[in-house]
Design a protein around this ligand. Structure first.
Ligand code: AMP
Length: 306
């Protein structure tokens, strides 16, 4: 059994899309990553995060039901769980953040449980780069692969910290606009080259409903997103991708370029479920057979013979 350590937010989200609105529901990057990775057998996933005492037991039960180890989730007595609220318009690739209440996240200092200090794969979810680094520094054995997700917000306020951390990272997953911001290059090919030079050997650029690109040395690979008739709520798609990507690699063990290509497909496959319902509903319930069937659709989508 290989181990996957995930450091990321566990949150309450309130979401508004053209299809409806939710009150505070379970969200957070760490939650989506963990639930997505739980689709892989023989992977022991440990989630490191922080919540307040308002975080319901039923959500812990949901995570435990998916065999996600929550020993590393600190519960702050008299603290409130991180709250984020966002609104999507007709173009679901763009969203407005309505509210960000950091609450317990303001003083988050991750503590990696002893059991996960030798995890083979480390997934650093979207957080302040110093917090991500504080988690990574606790590893007692060098991980086989460190994957980092980040966003424009951290590039705006903590670019130097992010650049220092990137030197220790094997894979970065970011969206196209963030890749352009980080590199100062418009062309994604040039952007990936600049980001390679910052540290990560593999650069994954997510393009929402237009799929994801993988860059490694002079190699390039493209995975489509599955065209869906109805995208209900894109929240967590990027994190679900990261959970599928790292979960697959933790299960496989071997980190060849071919396997990393497959990991991109697995990430895209699982993300296609998340967007079909509000919040974590779909990814928390999806059956193995459905995931496998959809993988076939991915194959069909790009197969051709000249
Ligand atoms: P994604 O749609 O993949 O970008 O991720 C959405 C998740 O990120 C939501 O469930 C939020 O709880 C979480 N989130 C929103 N803002 C932040 C932030 N500043 N830091 C960490 N997590 C966040």
């Amino acid at each position: 059994m290989s181990k996957l350590l995930v450091i990321g937010t566990v949150a309450f989200d309130a979401i508004e899309t053209p299809f409806g609105k939710t009150d505070k529901i379970l969200g957070g990057a760490g939650t989506y990553i963990g639930l997505s990775a739980s689709n892989f057998k023989n992977v022991d996933t440990g989630l490191v995060s922080i919540v307040g005492n308002d975080f319901p037991q039923e959500y812990f039960d949901l995570l435990h039901g998916k065999n996600i180890n929550t020993e590393g989730i600190e519960v702050v007595k008299d603290g409130k769980t991180f709250f984020w609220s966002g609104k999507y318009h007709t173009n679901m690739n763009k969203r407005d953040t309505l509210v960000t209440e950091l609450n317990v996240l303001e003083h988050f200092s991750p503590v990696v449980p002893e059991k996960y200090k030798d995890a083979e794969i480390v997934m650093l979810g979207n957080l302040h780069p110093l917090v991500q680094n504080a988690g990574l520094e606790q590893m007692t054995t060098k991980p086989k692969m460190v994957v980092l997700d980040t966003m424009d917000f951290w590039m705006d306020i903590a670019l130097d910290d992010l650049k220092a951390l990137l030197k220790k990272v094997d894979v970065i997953t970011i969206n196209d606009e963030e890749a352009q911001q980080l590199s100062g290059e418009y062309s994604l090919v040039k952007a990936a080259k600049v980001i390679h030079e910052m540290g990560p050997k593999y650069v994954v650029i997510k393009k929402g409903e237009h799929g994801a690109l993988l860059f490694h040395e002079d190699k390039m690979f493209f995975a489509p997103a599955l065209p869906l008739a109805d995208v209900f709520d894109p929240t967590g798609a990027g994190d679900t991708f990261a959970g599928g990507f790292t979960g697959y690699l933790a299960q496989q063990g071997e980190l060849s370029f071919e396997n990393i290509k497959n990991a991109v497909i697995w990430g895209s496959n699982l993300a296609s479920f998340t967007v079909e319902e509000f919040g974590v509903k779909r990814i928390a319930e999806v059956a193995t057979e459905e995931v496998e069937q959809r993988l076939e659709k991915f194959k069909e989508l790009t197969k051709f013979s000249l």
